[in-house]
Design a protein around this ligand. Structure first.
Ligand code: PLP
Length: 382
């Protein structure tokens, strides 16, 4: 089989000269942290998604931690989420002393199934953390209805879905809080970084407190000197800095282009893989526009006469960076120790055994796509 000269990773950032020039300018400015760029970036993200507020964090995981704090998650509270996500989603619940409860996925969208969420609601349920897996928005209308029925907080994990839309509206304006991550493989990057968007002033204020030691910025009476401040909550140092925010601002200008290119690649895959035996392609929910963060196919081992593991190894051997997203979270040893057993979510587990992620990122060329398709054909046919 033909081997690619260089390894094609499943995802990576796009950084150009304008990004570099912008960051250099900030490095030469008086502010490296907490200067004007952080607020400018927050405003740009809030405006883009159509939310009132955005609060930035040092990374997406810290942002999820902040959202769980703002939602008041504490000891004994249950939070319903999907097992097909990065561990950071449910870890944020654990940080606050809460209990993640895993609800099964929909076999077509791979996203959490609203009917399964309803089955898992108890008197202890306080929030739902749906994840827009691969960039495809979750069924927000139904999930918001569940929130209303049971008085729950929705914290949407949009790590994959900045730029995606649900029924004509950008992800990030409808859930009570939405998290976006700016890790280099995500839709745009700040190196490390994250944000929570919200329309709630109450959450906005709590998030600001939490990311900066629990110290409030409220001006105090004139009796106090200018040095004075008060710490009112046990917060963290989870702030984003001006260097990161500058890169983020520059990247935001290119977000729509990035998403458009990801869509093009997804369309190419659809065209070229549609007739391949034993391969199931991702489907799009009506009324949603995916951000195509990941392109995940499913392999029917029986139909192709080869295991997923063998396909994975053979693709890697020719430098095609296939991957598998994600191991069901509750399978991890830490979760097993907490008492989670296998088979909590059978649809998710069945799906995981067959899943394979193909490379997709804005700088990928059509000939890269061609190489992935040709290699996959060869691997499946031989
Ligand atoms: C990347 C990611 C996170 C965590 O974001 P970081 O910025 O890496 O901390 C959380 N959830 C999902 C689904 C992710 O993909």
């Amino acid at each position: 089989m033909k081997k690619r000269q260089s390894f094609l990773s499943y995802g990576k950032q796009t950084i150009d000269e304008t990004d570099i020039a912008a960051v250099v300018e900030t490095l030469q400015s008086p502010f490296l942290t907490q200067g004007p760029k952080v607020e400018e970036f927050e405003q740009a993200v809030a405006d883009y998604v159509g939310a009132k507020y955005a609060v930035s964090f040092s990374n997406g995981t810290a942002a999820l931690h902040g959202a769980c704090f703002a939602a008041g998650i504490g000891k004994g509270d249950e939070v319903i989420t999907t097992p097909i996500t990065f561990a950071a989603t449910s870890n944020a619940v654990l940080y606050c002393g809460g209990k993640p409860v895993f609800a099964d996925i929909d076999a077509d969208t791979y996203n959490i199934d609203p009917n399964e969420i309803r089955k898992k609601v108890t008197l202890k349920t306080k929030a739902i953390m749906p994840v827009d897996f691969t960039g495809q928005p979750v069924e927000l209308d139904e999930i918001m209805q569940i929130a209303e029925d049971y008085n729950l907080v929705i914290i949407e994990d949009g790590a994959h879905s900045l730029g995606a839309s649900y029924k004509g509206r950008k992800v990030g304006s409808q859930a009570h809080m939405t998290m976006f991550s700016f890790h280099p493989v995500k839709p745009i990057t700040t190196g490390e970084g994250g944000v929570i968007t919200t329309n709630s002033m109450e959450y906005y204020e709590k998030l600001q407190l939490f990311r900066s030691h629990g110290i409030s910025k409220t001006p105090y009476s004139l009796e106090q000197g200018d040095w004075y401040y008060e710490m009112t909550e046990l917060g963290f140092n989870y702030r984003m800095n001006d260097i990161q925010a500058t890169l983020g601002l520059s990247q935001m200008k290119k977000l729509d282009q990035f998403i458009a290119r990801r869509q093009e690649i997804a369309t190419l895959y659809l065209k070229k893989l549609a007739k391949m035996q034993g391969v199931r392609l991702p489907t799009q929910l009506d009324g949603t526009e995916s951000g195509w963060h990941l392109y995940t196919i499913q392999l029917d081992e029986q139909a192709i006469g080869k295991t997923r593991r063998k396909v994975f190894d053979e693709m890697r051997a020719v430098n095609i960076g296939v991957h598998v997203h994600y191991i069901p979270v509750y399978w991890h040893p830490y979760y097993r120790k907490l008492g989670y057993n296998k088979m909590i979510c059978p649809v998710a587990e069945h799906w995981y055994e067959r899943a394979l992620t193909l490379p997709i990122f804005p700088e990928m060329t059509n000939s890269d796509v061609e190489e992935v398709v040709e290699s996959l054909k060869e691997v499946l046919e031989n």
